[in-house]
Design a protein around this ligand. Structure first.
Ligand SMILES: [Zn+2]
Ligand SMILES: [Zn+2]
Length: 240
């Protein structure tokens, strides 16, 4: 577990045996590639030192009260995500979750959450992939939280949220059009709504690109009566 050192082959520099608190990535590579930088608290995009909320979020506040990304979507993390998400290497889940936990803002974000909601896949995507990578990240994160703060036992909500298939013909649309297009992409059962109502919900995902998916799910939760919706993602793509 976190804090324990594990022998591993480093996925990035390929040395073996190396010792790591996360597994999969050696301490040297963590030092080389993991350095949290100032980011906007609503969209997790980098901001210059001393700035808080970015200009875009000031102009149009997004539905996410707080959004944290552990790493930028860039080398070598994009390779880890590709293996984890597209090549069935689910063994990455624990290492990526431990790297998320290391972000200075993560423990507080998890401690405040009453409901953890991994972004669901559409039924067809689930059949294709066979697992939901966001759920695989949420489980060890919850486990780590309860180990760190035993009084925190957030609900892990995995049922009752349906996601429609990704709309086609998204390329070429402007971001604002894509965001509109995504409205209503999620539906909640009455039971899921009950779990969310009045609660502080934390969405968990592997990659945040435009934010359209997280925003649509956040809006759905807010419509269902969530008191606050935040998000924790492994990687954030740069602004487009
Ligand atoms: Zn290494
Ligand atoms: Zn922002």
């Amino acid at each position: 577990m976190l804090g324990d050192m594990l022998p591993t082959v480093c996925a990035f520099c390929h040395r073996w045996p190396v010792w790591s608190t996360t597994g999969r990535v050696c301490t040297d590579c963590l030092g080389r590639f993991l350095h949290p930088e100032p980011a906007c608290p609503h969209c997790a995009l980098p901001v210059s030192e001393g700035t808080s909320v970015c200009g875009a979020c000031l102009l149009q506040p997004p539905p996410l009260h707080h959004c944290v990304a552990a790493v930028p979507y860039a080398y070598p993390w994009n390779q880890a995500i590709a293996a984890f998400k597209f090549h069935g290497d689910t063994g990455w889940a624990t290492a990526l979750a431990r790297i998320m936990w290391r972000h200075p803002a993560t423990p507080a974000l998890l401690q405040q959450a009453q409901v953890l909601l991994p972004v669901p896949l559409s039924a067809s995507r689930w059949r294709e992939r066979g697992y939901n990578q966001s759920l695989l990240l949420a489980r060890p994160l919850r486990h780590q939280l309860m180990r760190h703060t035993p009084s925190c036992t957030p609900l892990l909500l995995t049922h009752g949220i349906d996601r429609l298939d990704t709309p086609r013909h998204q390329t070429g649309m402007r971001r604002s059009q894509r965001l509109r297009h995504w409205d209503g992409a999620f539906t909640l059962t009455a039971a899921a709504m009950q779990h969310i109502h009045g609660q502080h919900v934390l969405l968990i995902d592997d990659v945040m690109t435009t934010g359209a998916t997280l925003h649509a799910l956040a809006q759905t939760c807010l419509h269902a009566g969530a008191s606050r919706v935040c998000a924790l993602v492994f990687a954030r793509t740069p602004a487009t």
